[in-house]
Design a protein around this ligand. Structure first.
Ligand code: NAD
Length: 499
């Protein structure tokens, strides 16, 4: 069993707290490593040396910092298969999905290669007689990234890329369930030329997160995880005067109109509902067909597709559709929610509860489940299941379907399948959700746009990656300047009017 470390000042550093947590291989159910949980004293030492390193990094010109991003991007490409294997080994997702996890993170690093362009300021010449104004974007100092288990490469890369390209130092606190990918990314960043101390990976749990939130040097917190923790972190960070953007959980609906291509909609639902075992914040977990005819036809198409799904370990390569869930507790919770759906009156069309895989009986595999006749009062509708469970809620009309999505407390992603541009346009305009797909099931925006939900899926006012990230990780300073050409009258006692 591997004993993992922190990554401090460019080196692996053993934990001193004596507290550890197990890192599982979800496919086998075995413990593959243990990760140290840092104390607040360890965290504070890491922050202090990050603050020192940040001064030199901020003084490094943006183009040179961008070159580190270029070299980092090259190294990620070179180590793509290795990184995907680490992701799959600690998370459980299939190898092609592991590569997708790394790839969608790499795409944000690619945008960071153009950071100088995004960091340019604004200039007004002759705002008044002989008076010029310029605004510059300066790094914040030391910032923190706190990330979830479900994208061990992508989300740490979404955090570290923009934060570092802007000239900040970062304390990255990855999920204690999937810390290995972040540690490897830190090594690659060092190889790419990042000065030691600018990225510190401090492993830990609530103790270290609270330490980050209460530390005066840390200027900003970027969090991704479940809604209750997102809300908690946003509140405590804001109370302590920090900038915070905290992205939370989701319940994503797909509306299927009677005129939709139902085969395409069924294919999309199976991929978006069961891919990565449903452990995606952009997974579609609720299908909302409009009209009973559409609903019946959809179920008819979904069942054979779901029964064909291959569930297995990542070591099977391209041969599996999805892998295990993250822990034995997650498996028990998902199966419990499926049982609650049956008890509360939903129709369980495909039952994944008793799934077992020969040779992997101890792995955390959950078979796919499909529910019909789900209502908004049931727990399977109200809870983010975060597992391979798709619920069908029947809507009578388009307006009922739209209302269902709008009334849901989450607002991360949603989709509509239709052949009618007018309906699609109406939906995209009216729905109160941050990311919308039109005949597109998982509408994660490309890296030069931005990613963020509405309602209880995000706390804070700027999205992650894209131009918003460069605003989040910098603060604006505006200089009003005048150069005297000769001897001028004395002091001024009123605000200068720009006449
Ligand atoms: P989580 O909230 O349990 O953990 C996220 C991070 O918070 C981890 O680093 C963890 O150590 C820390 N944490 C956990 N409990 C804490 C506590 N009580 N106090 C302080 N810190 C704490 O989330 P998870 O299970 O790792 O990830 C799955 C969740 O993340 C899902 O809800 C999913 O929808 C969400 N998610 C959201 C997005 C998005 O961009 N909106 C993206 C991916 C995942």
């Amino acid at each position: 069993m591997q004993e993992l470390s922190h990554w401090i000042d460019g080196k692996h550093v053993k934990g001193t707290s004596g507290r550890f947590t197990d890192v599982m291989n979800p496919a086998t159910g075995e413990v593959q490593g243990r990760v140290p949980l840092a104390t607040v004293a360890e965290l504070e030492a890491a922050i202090a040396s990050a603050a020192k390193a940040q001064e030199g990094w901020a003084a490094t010109n943006p183009q040179r910092r961008a070159r580190v991003m270029m070299a980092f991007g090259d190294l990620i490409n070179k180590h793509m298969d290795e990184l995907a294997e680490i992701v799959s080994r600690e998370h459980g997702k299939t190898l092609p999905d592991g590569r997708g996890d790394v790839q969608r993170g790499l795409e944000v690093i690619e945008v960071c290669m153009g950071a100088p362009h995004l960091l340019k300021g604004e200039f007004t010449t002759d705002g008044g007689p002989g008076i010029d104004l310029y605004s510059m974007r300066q790094p914040l100092g030391v910032v923190a990234g706190i990330t979830p288990f479900n994208f061990p490469a992508m989300i740490p890369l979404w955090k570290m890329g923009p934060a570092l390209a802007c000239g900040n130092a970062m304390i990255l606190k990855p999920s204690e369930r999937c810390p290995m990918t972040s540690l490897r990314l830190a090594e690659l960043l060092q190889e790419a030329g990042l000065p030691d101390g600018v990225l510190q990976v401090v492993n830990g749990d609530k103790e270290v997160v609270d330490g980050i939130l209460d530390n005066e040097t840390v200027q900003a917190v970027g969090f991704v995880g479940s809604t209750p923790i997102a809300q908690y972190i946003y509140g405590r960070a804001a109370t302590n005067g920090k900038r915070a953007q905290c992205f939370g959980g989701a319940k994503n609906h797909m509306i299927i109109m009677p005129d939709a291509d139902l085969d395409k909609a069924a294919d999309a639902l199976v991929g978006a509902g069961f891919g990565a075992a449903g452990e995606r914040c952009m997974a579609i977990s609720v299908a909302v067909p409009v009209g009973d005819k559409t609903a019946d036809a959809l179920i008819e198409r979904l069942v054979p597709r779901i029964e064909k799904l291959k569930v297995g370990p990542y070591t099977a390569g391209n041969d599996v559709d999805y892998g295990p869930v993250i822990t034995a507790q997650a498996k028990a919770r998902i199966n419990g929610l499926v049982s609650s759906g049956v008890e509360q009156g939903a129709t369980l069309v495909v039952d994944g509860r008793d799934f077992s895989l020969q040779g992997y009986e101890d792995g955390f595999f959950v078979g796919p489940s499909l529910f019909d006749n789900v209502t908004a009062e049931m727990d399977i509708y109200k809870e983010e299941i975060f597992g391979p469970v798709l619920s069908q809620v029947r809507a009578k009309t388009y307006d009922d379907a739209l209302k269902l999505v709008k009334d849901n407390p989450y607002g991360n992603g949603t989709a509509i399948y239709t052949a009618d541009g007018d309906t699609a346009r109406d939906f995209a305009t009216k729905v109160n959700v941050g990311m919308v797909g039109v005949n597109f099931p998982v509408p994660v925006p490309l890296s030069y746009h931005t990613f963020g939900g509405w309602k209880k899926s995000a706390f804070g006012d700027l999205n992650q990656y894209g131009p918003d990230a460069f605003k989040f990780y910098t603060r604006t300073k505006t200089v009003t300047q005048r150069w005297f050409s000769g001897i001028k009258e004395g002091g001024e006692f009123h605000f200068k009017e720009m006449d």
